[in-house]
Design a protein around this ligand. Sequence first.
Ligand SMILES: Nc1ncnc2c1ncn2[C@@H]1O[C@H](COP(=O)(O)OP(=O)(O)O)[C@@H](O)[C@H]1O
Ligand SMILES: [Mg+2]
Length: 241
Amino acid sequence: MTNRTDLLRVDGLTLHYGPIAALHEVALAVKAGGELVALIGANGAGKSSFLRVISGLHRQSAGRITFNGRDITFAASHLRVAMGICQVPEGRQIFSPLTVLDNIRLGAYRRKNSELDTDLKKLWKMFPILEEKKHLLAGGLSGGQQQMLAMARALLGRPQLLLLDEPSMGLAPLLVAEIFGIIKNLRENGTSIILVEQNATQALRLADRAHLIETGRIVLSGSGQDLLHDKRVQAAYLGGE
Ligand SMILES: Nc1ncnc2c1ncn2[C@@H]1O[C@H](COP(=O)(O)OP(=O)(O)O)[C@@H](O)[C@H]1O
Ligand SMILES: [Mg+2]
């Protein structure tokens, strides 16, 4: 049954890498208009694999994906981007020898120039440091600035659903706070988000709903608060906080 307010719905999603199953019958939903769903779990649990199936970079071996009520289970990844599913990959994957501005423009190859100018103005407001450095090479940015750049590039695709893969990875605490502040803003402005994080505390604090994934299976689901207060999550994933 597709609930009308569900933006994304995933049922029975199973993924194999050769003979190895990396995802087992994963089911979850994300509501339209700014729901934040956190996916937490240890290294190797299948979080990135899940996001890559949603963006169409990996093909599931079973299951169904619907977006805005449309079945996109077998849709090509560029069509999913055009529909409004944009992923910020793990490790940022920016193009170091290109300028900041050229990196951002890569996220806007479908945009008219007039639209691009409007969107860029919004982006500079959100990421003033990127405007300051727009003509510098992306490879010279700090880790936090590279994360902002990767997010800015995805936002130029005007996503309805933003897939964030470990945005806080490797960042100093102050920058982690800044990145989470930006995520909160995006959500408040109506962008729905799947946030994958190994560092679970902040993700759960922000999340409307959350799922714990262990070796490719969702083993616990609830509100962000539910998972924050779960003894098992606290012991294994919250680092004693
Ligand atoms: N392209 C791939 N080919 C084969 N195995 C992979 C590939 N990507 C990930 N895996 C394996 O799938 C499992 C889940 O990995 P991943 O989705 O990257 O987990 P996470 O993002 O939670 O750390 C791991 O055992 C990993 O080694
Ligand atoms: Mg990963």
